[in-house]
Structures are given as structure tokens and as C-alpha cells.
Design a protein around this ligand. Sequence first.
Ligand code: A3P
Length: 315
Amino acid sequence: MAALLLGALLLIVQPHIVPSRPAVISKAEATSQSVQKELLKKTVLKNDFKGNIHFNGSCQQLPQTIIIGVRKGGTRALLEMLSLHPDIASAESEVHFFDWEDHYGNGLQWYMNQMPFSYPHQITVEKTPAYFTSPKVPERIYNMNQSMRLLLILRDPSERVLSDYTQVFYNHVQKHKPYPSIEEFLIKDGELNVDYKAINRSLYYFHMQNWLKYFPLDCIHIVDGDKLIKDPFPEIEKVERFLRLSPQINASNFYFNKTKGFYCLRDSGRERCLHESKGRAHPHVDSHLLDKLHEYFHEPNRKFFELVGRTFDWH
Ligand code: A3P
């Protein structure tokens, strides 16, 4: 009986799934939005949208907060650190609901089925770093829940490029496949190759504009990924405040591991570091080429700072 009552309550408090309009949208965007709305309506109806309820009173809920990126910004560290909080329930793997057409076509019921079981007082979080740079995603998230609390973790754009390259390099190594040197990606006809995808992903100003068409700045909390590496606790405290969580994570939840060269987590006496794929050494890049990269990001960074009303300690 108690579980039934709880279920009824949860269905009432589900986030808005009826889309409404953002503040400023163009005609083309309006057309695309109405197509999205139709698709969403269809998938909602098709799936007879329902929350799954466990006998112990926990249930699967749509996320109330999403870590949207940026890829290689420190998204895993952020999720693991935030999960130290008892009121956080996080999806284990990256869901790619809003950016992969086949997943999105499965509808919200499918999306909810990917979520962990949680109690009503908990906040469900998923992280898919590719969302930040996928043009369709902000509108789709907005259509699902316009009061979504978004978390974005950014780090020095040049450093992020090197980290991006390193990840793909190791993916190839694991498959025993060759991979070109970073210089081969960064240079084209003697100039910086600005078509390199990893460079585009670091153009935070460009991608952020897309999000701000749908969500006001106070719904998007930006975590400083460089600070999270050097001193995670103050950054996590800010996230707790943004999500209106009681302050439960504390400094003793983090300790610096000299061997790893990064902070690791301590939870109820258990200590653990992030997977070895997090915190890898980056390739050496000629200083002249690095200067070019820093110079290239200078103007988009300035515009980004202006856009978000905040500066970061980037090259
Ligand atoms: P590098 O491996 O290039 O150093 P993501 O989880 O988004 O893929 O980001 C990976 C990055 O998280 C790592 O990039 C690393 O710098 C950063 N990071 C932040 N805090 C970390 C921590 N405590 N342990 C390991 N990596 C951490």
C-alpha cells in the first residue's frame, strides 16, 4: 500500500514533460521545435510513460540534473565526487539519450529505464560529455524539463585538446591500431588545423551560445575542471550549493595520492582512485605549436568569459 501511494506521488512530481517555448527562437528553430514536440508526444504516448517502482520504495526517475560535458573536462571525477553525497543517485554509464538518434527515438520511458533506482529525496544524475557539443541536445533537454539543473565542467581548452587526443590515441593502442602523432592533427599546410575536431570541442563560446538559447545562465553551473584537479573540495561544495543539497561532502572525503598524482576519494573508510584512463600523461608538443594553440583560443575564451560573466585561469 505504502509503495502504491509513493508511486502515485512520484508520478505527480515527475518533471514537466510538456514542452513550452524558450525566450528567443528563430523561425527555423521554431519549426524544428514543433517537430521535436511531436516526436516527444508520440514517444510519451507510445510508451505509456511510467516510473518503475521497486518493492523497497525506490524507483527509477528521469534525471533532475545532467553533467553535459565537456568531454575530457573531468566529468567522471565530478560524477564520482558528487556521488559521495547520500542524496545523489547516479547513472553508471554514459546514456547518450539526447545525442544519439536511435536512443532518442526509444523515448523517455527507455531513458528512464537507464536510470538507477533512487529514493524520492534523492537527485538522479546522468553524465554524457558529448551533450555539450551536440547542437540538438539543448532543445531536447529543454523539451523534457525546462527547469533542469545542468552541470558543465571545463578546463583549459588547449589542455583539453591534448587530453582528447590522448584518449583517442589509447583507444587505438588498445585495439593494436596505429595512430598519427598529435602534430599531424594540429598542423595542416604549415598552419594550425582549426578543422581538427578536438579543437572545435574546445570552442566553449561557440557551444555555450546554443545552450543559452534554451537555459538561463543560473540553470547552468560551470565547474572549474583545473581547480577540481588541484583542490576538489571547494568545487564540490559549490556544486552542492547549486543543487541545493545539504552540505554532506567534506574535505576528509579527498586525499592526494602521490602515485596517481591526483586526488582520490575516501568514503566510509574505503579509499579509491579513478580508473587508470583518467589522469594520463599527455604527449609532448613543441612550444611554438602550443603557443599557436593558446593564441587561437585567446579570442573565443575572452568571448566566453564575457558570455558567462566569469573568468578562468586559462592560457
Ligand atoms: P587526463 O587523463 O587527460 O589528465 P573525463 O572524465 O571528462 O574524461 O576527464 C578526464 C580528466 O579528468 C583527466 O584528463 C584528468 O585530468 C581529470 N581529472 C580531474 N580530477 C581527477 C582525479 N581526481 N583523478 C583523475 N583524473 C582527474
